[in-house]
Design a protein around this ligand. Structure first.
Ligand code: ADP
Length: 853
C-alpha cells in the first residue's frame, strides 16, 4: 500500500520564498548588520587612533621644526666661526689694537668692511642685521650694518650681555622689544693674539623663522617663539596669522600648539619656548579625509561582504535546494507517496514539513503495525489452537524433562487418554512400550545435540501403545522450540498402520507386472531394456538381446520416434513360434517407453481358419452360382457346338458331292475352329471361376472386369429380354484386386438385379452398369435396376447372413460380397433409386502406383 502523506499545510509567505532569493535577502540583511556594527565601532576606534596618531605626528612635527630651528641657528654659528677664523679678519686685526680706556664710538660700516670676506656665505641664511667685532671686554669696536635696522641700544656699549667666557655661544635675547639671536665667536689676529669676538646679530622675525623651516611648513604649520611666563608670542613664521604679542590661549582656538623649551640656549635669561602650531582646519580636513576614507572602506567592505556572502550563500543554497528537492522527490517515490513534490518554495521548509509528516506517518504506521501484530498474534494463537484441535496428527508438547504440557484432541483419540489425564505425565512412559522407550531417549539426545535437522532426518518410526495395550506403528517428528526462558519440544505423531498396509498393497501390486503372462517391458530413451518380465523371454529372443541391453537399431529408432511424438504405437511381431501384438506407450516425462505385449498366436490361427472357411464359403457360393447358371451356360455352349456340328456336316456333304471347291471347305473349317475356340474360351472362363484357388491380387482395370462379368450374364439377360447398358469411365480404373473374387461380387449384384427385373413387366426392365472415379481415390462400379426396389425394413437386414426374399434363395450373396469388398479395403452400398428400383455400388481403393500394372 503506498504511503499517503498529508498535504503540507499551506506554505507561509516566508516558506514560499525560494532559497536563493532568501539567501539574497539574508545576505543584504547581514551586510546592513555588518555596516551598522562597523559604523558603531570603527569610527570610534578610528578617532582614537587618529587622535593618537595626530598627537604623535604633532610631537614629531614639533621636534622636527625645533631641530630645523636648531640647525638653522647652528648654521649661523658655523658661519660666525668661519668669519671669525677667516684669514682676512686675522690679517685685519693684526695691526689693530683696542685700548681698554678708549671710549670712542665703534666704527660704523654700511658697506662690507675689509675684515669680512666677500663670499656667498649667506646664500641659505638670513643675513644678520649687524655683524659686530667686539673686544675682549665685550665692547663693540666695529659694527657692520647690513640692513636698515638700527643696532639695538643694548648692543651700543659693553654690556653683560656681550661679555662672558671666551667661548663661542649663541644666545636668544630680546633687544628693544625684538627677539634676536646673538652668535659670538672668539677672534684672533694673525699672530694668534686674542682680539675679541665676532658677533652676528640676527633678528628672529618672520623671515628668520620661515627660513629656518626651509619652507616645509607649506601646509599651514607655523612656528613661533613664545615667552613662557607670559604665554605671549615673540615671533612667528607668519605675522599675518600670528602676531607678535598674541597670547597662546588666543590662538589655541585656531591652532594646535606644541610648545617645548629650548635646551641649547641656556645662556638666555629669558624663559622662552619654541612652539609649533598646526592649524586646526588642516587637522579637521585630514580628519574628514580619514573619516571619508574610512566610510568608503566601510562601504566597500559591506558591499564586498554582501556580495560574497550572498553569492556563496546563493550558490550553496541553490545547490542545497536542488539536493533537497531531489531528496524529497526520491523519498516520496521510495515511500510511494502519492502527493506531488512541491517544486517551488524553500525546499528546506518543504523537507522539514515533509519530515514532520513522515515522522507522524511512521508513528501511525508503527501504531498500526503494533495493532496488526497484536491481532496477528491473537490470530496466530487462535490458528495454533485450531491447528492443534483439527490436526490429523497427534501433537504433543513436552518440556525439557519429557513431561507432557500439551496434548491435542487427535492425540486424545489416538492414545485413548484425556488431555487432563495426559498433562503432567512423562511422555515416553505413557506413549511407548519398553522396546521403543530407549529409542525415543536416543532420539531426544540427538535432537538436543544438533541444531539444524533436515526435515527427513527428523522423521522416525517407532511403536506406540494405546490405552489398553494395543500396539501400533507411528511416525514421529520432534521439533525443539527454543523459547526465551525454557526449551520445549513439539512431537508430531502419525498413526502409520494404514500406510504400512498400503505399502504392502503397493508392493504386491508391483508384482503384477512380473506375474503377468503377457510380456511387459520398459525401455529408456536410448533403447536400453530397463525391465522385462518373465513372459518377455520369447520377445527378447526374437530381438536377440538380454535385459539391460539395447534393442536392435530399428526398434531403437521407433522408441525415439514414439518419445518424440508422444503417441502410442502398435505393431505385431512373429517370433519363431508365436505372434505378439506390441503396444508401445511413451512416458514422456520420465523418458521411458512401456511395451505391453499380447500373445495373439491363437487369435491369428483362428482368423486364418476363419479366412479359410470364408474362402471355402466363397467358393461354394461360386459353385452354387455356377450351378444356377448351368442351364444358361449349357445353352451358351450349345451354340458354338451346334455351329461346329453344322459346319462339320456341311463340310462332309460338300466333300461327298465333291463338286465344291476347296475354298468353301476351308471356310467351313475356319468356322469350326472359331466356334471351337469360343466354346473353349467359355469353358476356360468357367473353370477359372469354379476352380478353387488361393486368392491372388493383381492390378486390373475395373472397366475390363465389369466387361468380362457382363459377358457371363449376357445370355441370361437376353433371355429375360434385358439389354445391359454399360457406361464406363473414360479412363482405366486401376485397382489391386483378386479378379476372380471381384467378378464373383459383380456377378452376384448383376444377377440379383436381373432377378429383381424379372418381377417387372418386360417393357419396364432396364439394367445399367456404370463405372466411375470418385475423388481420384476410389474406383466405383454401380449396378442400377428398375426392379421393385428394396423396402425399408429389408434395407436394414440386406447384409445379414441368410436374409433372402426369394424362394430357394440362400441369402448369402450380399454378405459374401461385402466380406470380399471389405477385404479389399472397399465398401458396398445399397440404396433405393428415386424413380423406383435399386442401386448397388462397390467402391475400391484406386491403385495409384502405376508401375505395378
Ligand atoms: P439371394 O439372392 O440368395 O436371395 P442375396 O444375398 O444375394 O441372396 O440377396 C438377398 C436379398 O436381397 C434378396 O433376397 C432380395 O430380396 C434382395 N435383393 C438383392 N438384390 C436386389 C435387387 N437388385 N433388387 C431388389 N432386391 C434385391
Amino acid at each position: 500500500m503506498p504511503l499517503s502523506l498529508k498535504r503540507p499545510q499551506k506554505l507561509s509567505l516566508l516558506r514560499r520564498i525560494p532559497m536563493p532569493l532568501m539567501s539574497v535577502i539574508i545576505g543584504l540583511f547581514c551586510g546592513l548588520l555588518v555596516w551598522g556594527v562597523l559604523d558603531q565601532v570603527q569610527p570610534r576606534a578610528l578617532r582614537s587612533i587618529f587622535a593618537e596618531e595626530l598627537q604623535s605626528r604633532l610631537d614629531q612635527q614639533a621636534r622636527e621644526t625645533l631641530i630645523r630651528f636648531d640647525n638653522y641657528v647652528l648654521a649661523h654659528t658655523s658661519t660666525a666661526r668661519l668669519l671669525a677664523n677667516h684669514r682676512q679678519l686675522a690679517d685685519y686685526l693684526e695691526p689693530v689694537y683696542w685700548y681698554r680706556a678708549d671710549g670712542d664710538l665703534p666704527e660704523q660700516y654700511r658697506e662690507s668692511p675689509r675684515w669680512l670676506p666677500e663670499s656667498s656665505l649667506w646664500q641659505s641664511l638670513i643675513r644678520p642685521s649687524h655683524i659686530l667685532l667686539l673686544d675682549n671686554d665685550g665692547r663693540p669696536r666695529e659694527v657692520y650694518q647690513l640692513g636698515e635696522r638700527q643696532l639695538p641700544a643694548e648692543l651700543g656699549g659693553a654690556s653683560e650681555l656681550l661679555l662672558g667666557e671666551r667661548k663661542a655661544r649663541a644666545t636668544l635675547t630680546i633687544l628693544a622689544g625684538q627677539l634676536y639671536l646673538l652668535v659670538s665667536e672668539p677672534a684672533e689676529d694673525a699672530t694668534g693674539t686674542e682680539m675679541g669676538f665676532l658677533m652676528l646679530v640676527v633678528p628672529i622675525d618672520e623671515q628668520f623663522l620661515m627660513a629656518s623651516q626651509q619652507g616645509i611648513s607649506s601646509n599651514g604649520v607655523l612656528v613661533g617663539i613664545l615667552e613662557a611666563d607670559e604665554q605671549r608670542f615673540l615671533a612667528s613664521s607668519d605675522q599675518s596669522r600670528l602676531h607678535r604679542q598674541q597670547r597662546l590661549n588666543e590662538v589655541e582656538a585656531d591652532f594646535l600648539v606644541t610648545s617645548q623649551s629650548f635646551s641649547d640656549y641656556e645662556d638666555t635669561t629669558l624663559n622662552l619656548q619654541f612652539a609649533t602650531l598646526v592649524p586646526r582646519s588642516v587637522v579637521q580636513a585630514m580628519r574628514d579625509r580619514v573619516a571619508g576614507l574610512e566610510m568608503r572602506q566601510r562601504l566597500v567592505t559591506a558591499f564586498t561582504f554582501v556580495t560574497i556572502f550572498t553569492l556563496v550563500f546563493y550558490l550553496l543554497s541553490e545547490r542545497l535546494n536542488k539536493i533537497l528537492q531531489r531528496i524529497s522527490r526520491f523519498s516520496r517515490r521510495a515511500l510511494g507517496a502519492k502527493q506531488p513534490v512541491i517544486e517551488r518554495g524553500n525546499q528546506l521548509f518543504v523537507l522539514e514539513d515533509w519530515i514532520h509528516q513522515f515522522i507522524q506517518l511512521v508513528r501511525d504506521t508503527r501504531e498500526e503495525m503494533r495493532q496488526q501484530h497484536e491481532s496477528e498474534m491473537h490470530e496466530s494463537e487462535m490458528l495454533k489452537q485450531a491447528i492443534m484441535e483439527t490436526a490429523l496428527d497427534s501433537i504433543i508438547t513436552i518440556d525439557r524433562r519429557g513431561v507432557i504440557i500439551e496434548f491435542n484432541p487427535t492425540a486424545e483419540q489416538t492414545f485413548g487418554y484425556d488431555r487432563q489425564e495426559a498433562l503432567g505425565q512423562v511422555f515416553a512412559e505413557l506413549i511407548f512400550n519398553n522396546e521403543s522407550r530407549p529409542q525415543f531417549t536416543l532420539l531426544m539426545a540427538d535432537v538436543l545435540s544438533s541444531r539444524d535437522w533436515a526435515p527427513d532426518e527428523m522423521r522416525h518410526e517407532l511403536t506406540a501403545v494405546k490405552r489398553g495395550g494395543a500396539v501400533f506403528p507411528v511416525e514421529l517428528a520432534i521439533k525443539p522450540i527454543r523459547l526465551k526462558s525454557r526449551l520445549a519440544f513439539t512431537i508430531y505423531m502419525h498413526d502409520i498402520s494404514n500406510r504400512r498396509r498400503t505399502e504392502l498393497e503397493i508392493r504386491s501390486l508391483a508384482k503384477f507386472a512380473s506375474e503377468s503372462p503377457s510380456p511387459i517391458l520398459r525401455v529408456n530413451r536410448r533403447g536400453v531394456i530397463l525391465y522385462a518380465n518373465g513372459a518377455s523371454d520369447e520377445l527378447l529372443d526374437y530381438w536377440g538381446c538380454e535385459r539391460a541391453q539395447t534393442l536392435p537399431l530399428y526398434w531403437r529408432n521407433r522408441v525415439t520416434e514414439i518419445l518424440g511424438n508422444g503417441e502410442d504405437w502398435q505393431t505385431q511381431v512373429n517370433s519363431s513360434s508365436r505372434i505378439y501384438s506390441l503396444l508401445f506407450t511413451p512416458v514422456v516425462d520420465l523418458g521411458y517407453v512401456n511395451i505391453y505385449g499380447r500373445d495373439i498366436t491363437a487369435e491369428r490361427q483362428a482368423e486364418h481358419q476363419a479366412r479359410e472357411h470364408q474362402q471355402e464359403l466363397i467358393h461354394v457360393s461360386r459353385l452354387s452360382t455356377m450351378g444356377e447358371m448351368a442351364t444358361g451356360l449349357a445353352h451358351e455352349l450349345n451354340q458354338p457346338l451346334s455351329a461346329i456340328a453344322n459346319f462339320a456336316n456341311g463340310s462332309v456333304r460338300r466333300l461327298q458331292a465333291s463338286g465344291q471347291g476347296p475354298e468353301d471347305i476351308l471356310y467351313a473349317l475356319g468356322q469350326i475352329t472359331a466356334q471351337a475356340d469360343r466354346a473353349g474360351e467359355i469353358i476356360k472362363r468357367l473353370r477359372a471361376l469354379v476352380r478353387k484357388q488361393t486368392p491372388v491380387r493383381r492390378v486390373a482395370d475395373l472397366n475390363e472386369v465389369v466387361r468380362e462379368v457382363c459377358s457371363f450374364v449376357e445370355f441370361e439377360a437376353r433371355k429375360a429380354g434385358i439389354v445391359i447398358e454399360q457406361e464406363f469411365y473414360v479412363h482405366n480404373l486401376l485397382v489391386r484386386i483378386d479378379v476372380v473374387q471381384i467378378e464373383q461380387v459383380l456377378l452376384n449384384l448383376i444377377r440379383n438385379a436381373l432377378e429383381a427385373l424379372r418381377e417387372m413387366p418386360e417393357d419396364g426392365r432396364s439394367l445399367v452398369i456404370q463405372t466411375d472415379c470418385q475423388d481420384g481415390e476410389w474406383a466405383v462400379a454401380r449396378v442400377l435396376d428398375t426392379g421393385p426396389g428394396i423396402r425399408d425394413e429389408e434395407m436394414a437386414r440386406l447384409f445379414e447372413p441368410f436374409f433372402t426374399t426369394k424362394q430357394g434363395g440362400m441369402g448369402m450373396g450380399l454378405i459374401i460380397s461385402r466380406t470380399i469388398i471389405e477385404d479389399h479395403g472397399g465398401t458396398v452400398n445399397a440404396e433405393q433409386r428415386t424413380g423406383g428400383g435399386s442401386c448397388f455400388s462397390i467402391r475400391l481403393p484406386s491403385n495409384r502406383n502405376s508401375d505395378e500394372q
